[in-house]
Design a binder for this molecule. Structure first.
Ligand code: GLN
Length: 476
């Protein structure tokens, strides 16, 4: 039963084919069996999960679609009374006194929270190797990374340790692990899911996002966490309708743009072909393909790294050894306490980004770098708007290659450059759905992205569902 989708569990639980406690125990057994190898979890909350499952079985919670079904949470989302480490030494003993907005929502839905998943420290990375707890492995090939930074969440699903999971996506951290593990991940419109309780890395770019096995599951999970929250000043106040409405309506007449720049920069041939073939499938299903262009795509990546590091340097200033987490043992002055706690508590990648961010925000350089990067951010928004005058959504690859071998991160530039296709959606604040579209080298999965204008999630799910279920008969 553990390889089933959320939707299948929902049906089975309702038919009383198995109870939530039985389901939860089956996943806990799988975690016990597999997680030593995979390393998807930092913390497993077996007792809390079984309590929630029991509540469901006793009819003491809402019978929503997510009720009684196990979910994993990335370890940068605050969970009351449960360690939230961001995979960093500096937060290794941090126990939040409150739940993030999305956790409050999931609890209200009756979800069964199985624990907290591994990640690159503070979300900075693309491989889930940069964690103080060690690397997570890709269940499809243990010698490869699951992608990152939400690699623990993706690996937990791919290893059948949970039915679905939450991650966060600042520059691709949900979509790229989905692509590397053969899963579905949605980067939602900026402001649609509250960031209250998400430990900040680059606040103007990131969103909490669902990862799942199927497109339908993803829509169901997003239904559970979307919504306005006044505790996040960037949360958009609007009414969201059920993302599964119209999901089966197909793509007849849909105009899908093919941005030529996405198919030219350093891309692996097998990926280019797979995404092309997917576009052709859409044509067969009645969609119309149109050529579009985002001429300044090349400047988006460097601008992303300037802005994300700038914001990180400011957001991470709060870890001073006094208010949160780790404190050095050995100091004689307050300055030394700050310096040593931060030097010993942060990993190398985080320190590098704090230094870069501090530089680009300095009086001397902020016009030259930070302000220019903000202009690039505005510009890409305009370019996407122009593209969406010609088509309703666009199709693109997620990553220029399939999952890397573990240990390849000695070349940091590779990880940075490979974010080229995912960061544009974060810079423009628009939604992007990553879903499998074939297999490449050594049978590793390939992912494609469907990107749409702000608040077009329902349309992206409809298009994703049509592709995922093409050629299948009957109700899925
Ligand atoms: N790989 C990107 C980075 O390191 C994206 C990270 C993310 O989305 N959290 O910044």
């Amino acid at each position: 039963m553990i390889n089933r989708s959320v939707y299948e569990h929902y049906i089975a639980l309702n038919k009383r084919e198995y109870s939530s406690v039985e389901l939860t125990k089956a996943y806990l057994e799988q975690i016990e069996k597999k997680d030593k190898k995979t390393g998807a979890f930092i913390t497993v909350t077996a007792d809390g999960a079984l309590d929630a499952a029991k509540k469901y079985d006793e009819g003491k919670c809402r019978k929503s679609v997510l009720a009684g079904i196990p979910v994993a949470i990335k370890d940068n989302i605050c969970t009351k009374g449960i360690k939230t480490t961001c995979a960093s030494k500096i937060l290794q003993d941090f126990i939040p006194p409150y739940d993030a907005f999305v956790i409050e929502k999931l609890k209200a839905e009756g979800a069964v929270i199985m624990g907290k998943t591994n990640m690159d420290e503070f979300g900075m990375g693309s491989t889930t190797e940069k964690s103080v707890y060690g690397a997570t492995r890709n269940p499809l090939d243990y010698n490869r990374v699951p992608g990152g930074s939400s690699g623990g969440s993706a690996a937990a699903i791919a290893e059948n340790e949970v039915a679905y999971a939450l991650g966060s996506d600042t520059g691709g951290s949900v979509r790229q692990p989905a692509a590397f593990c053969g899963l579905v991940g949605m980067k939602t419109t900026y402001g649609s899911v509250s960031r209250y309780g998400l430990v900040a890395y680059a606040s103007s770019l990131e969103q909490i996002c669902p990862l799942s096995r199927t497109v339908m599951d993803n829509a169901l999970a997003l239904n559970g966490i979307v919504g306005h929250d006044r505790r996040d000043s960037t949360s958009v106040c609007r009414k969201y309708s059920d993302f599964t409405i119209g999901i089966k309506d197909g793509v007849k007449g849909l105009k899908i743009g093919i941005p030529k720049e996405f198919f030219s920069i350093g891309i692996n041939e097998s990926i280019k072909t797979a995404v092309w073939l997917a576009a052709k499938e859409y044509e067969k299903m009645g969609a119309e393909l149109v050529d579009v262009s985002l001429p300044n795509l090349n400047s988006v990546l460097p601008a992303y790294y300037i802005l994300s590091c700038a914001e990180a340097s400011s957001n991470l200033a709060r870890y001073d050894g006094i208010r949160y987490g780790y404190r050095t043992d050995d100091y004689i002055s307050i300055e030394e306490l700050y310096r040593k706690s931060r030097s010993e508590g942060f990993g190398w990648e985080v320190k590098k980004r704090i230094m870069l961010g501090t530089m680009v925000l300095s009086a001397e350089y902020h016009n030259q770098y930070y302000k220019k990067a903000l202009k690039v951010k505005n510009n890409i928004k305009t370019e996407f708007n122009n593209v969406f005058d010609k088509c309703q959504i666009i199709i693109a690859p997620v990553s220029p290659s399939v999952a890397y071998k573990i240990g390849g991160s000695e070349n940091p530039m590779r990880d940075y450059l490979d974010d080229i296709y995912t960061v544009p959606a974060n810079m423009a604040g628009i939604p992007a759905l990553s879903l499998p579209c074939g297999v490449g080298e050594e049978e590793m999965p390939i992912g494609m992205q469907l990107i749409g204008p702000a608040f077009s999630e329902a349309l992206l799910y409809r298009a994703g569902y049509a592709y995922e279920n093409r050629g299948k008969a009957g109700d899925i």
